[in-house]
Design a protein around this ligand. Structure first.
Ligand SMILES: Cc1ncc(COP(=O)(O)O)c(C=O)c1O
Length: 371
């Protein structure tokens, strides 16, 4: 594609840092992962950051950390990536799936409240495309029903809510480091929390259940665990990007604002809405158009890699007739979002000319449909 959806940005020091790890011979759980975690903790202003091998694992481990499993229900969003539901199902709990809000595309909190039962232990809301959640309303629900909030913030690194970075508001928050994400280590995830007890449990779990304070080899393994560590070679990529994070985010915001200006008066193109009091991370710049598949093909035929936004879970065989999934509420907003959402190219080194090209191509594709 002439203009890809994403082109990961690797700051100049990336190779030096990665090669430093290769030369050190210390590839897993070494000083580079600790440095990456600390840089992220300082940036987000959160007490604990634990690097793991994917956001999918981060979500599952977060639920396990809270003791969630068979017999428990976790309420989540229909409009998301399958990993959200899969992380719940893998614990043996039931995913109770509800619709999204028509404007923010985040979970519909009224539908969440209606779906609560005595078995509900947690809500797993998704900060869709990087749009922050309505944390104040979530906090009220949490207090009223005694629930945990385990946030899927796969796309929300850098987003803010009322002046604070996303990553401190929920009990446990998971971010993705997949190549389509703002900060990428090729593969990886991060869990953030304010609670030392949970952080310690997660550090142990991701490393086969090894006690972090263990001094004796014969009794070191204190609980069940997994192999979910983030290799240091990958953490080095993350460190290089964290050294540039402010510049990278500022560039992203500038490009997103430019898109908003260029597209605001284009007939047939609906723009994304940010939650009140929030700053969107603009992980994905999504618009909504009629006849999305035809518009998307027209753009691709012109070498522009437009993409769907994300998926509506109630349309997929993996989750229909699944004994660990219960769909509640109408999914009309999720279905609408799936049918209309179009993700546009956005990456650090995108030029104004490339962006103009995307806008022109989108405009003519939408207009030709209207004639
Ligand atoms: C909302 C959401 N949750 C979870 C994931 C899974 O992330 P990972 O690929 O790091 O496991 C993704 C991936 O794109 C996502 O978009």
């Amino acid at each position: 594609m002439r203009i890809p959806l994403i082109r990961p940005y690797l700051p100049p020091r990336t190779k030096e840092l990665v090669c430093g790890v290769l030369d050190s011979g210390f590839y897993v759980e070494g000083p580079m992962t600790a440095r990456f975690e600390q840089l992220v903790a300082d940036y987000l202003g959160v007490a604990h950051v634990i690097a793991v091998d994917s956001c999918t694992d981060a979500l599952e481990i977060s639920l396990r950390c809270l003791g969630i499993g068979p017999g428990n229900e976790v309420i989540t969003s229909d409009y998301t990536f399958p990993a959200t539901l899969q992380s719940i199902i893998l614990t043996g709990a039931t995913a109770v799936v509800v619709d999204v809000d028509a404007r923010s595309m985040n979970i519909d909190l009224e539908a969440v409240e209606a779906a609560i039962t005595p078995a509900t232990k947690a809500v797993m809301p998704v900060a869709t495309f990087g749009n922050p959640l309505e944390y104040r309303r979530l906090e009220r629900l949490k207090q009223k029903y005694g629930l945990y909030v385990v946030e899927d913030a796969a796309c929300a690194f850098g987003a803010e809510y009322r002046g604070e970075k996303v990553g401190i508001q929920s009990d446990l928050t998971s971010f993705s480091l997949h190549p389509r994400k703002f900060i990428t280590t090729a593969r990886g995830g991060m869990i953030t929390t304010e609670k030392a007890k949970w952080a310690e449990w997660i550090r142990s779990y991701k490393c086969f259940g090894k006690g972090m304070q263990a001094t004796r080899a014969d009794t070191a393994f204190e609980q069940m665990g997994a192999n979910a560590m983030l290799p240091d070679v990958l953490s080095a990529m993350g460190v290089a990007q964290m050294e540039f994070v402010d510049e990278m985010l500022a560039r992203r915001m500038k490009l997103a604002r430019r898109y908003l200006n260029l597209l605001q008066d284009v007939d047939g193109v609906c723009l994304p809405e940010t939650v009140e009091g929030g700053n969107h991370s603009m992980q994905s710049f999504c618009v909504f158009v009629d006849d999305r598949d035809r518009v998307m093909s027209a753009m691709r035929n012109n070498g522009i890699e437009a993409q769907i936004g994300t998926y509506a879970m109630h349309m997929h065989k993996a989750f229909l007739d699944n004994e660990h999934v219960r769909f509640e509420s109408s999914m009309s907003n999720s279905r609408w979002a799936f049918d209309h959402c179009l993700s546009l190219p956005l990456y650090h080194e995108m030029t104004d000319a490339e962006q103009d090209d995307v806008v022109d191509c989108l405009e003519s594709a939408v207009a030709s449909k209207n004639t």
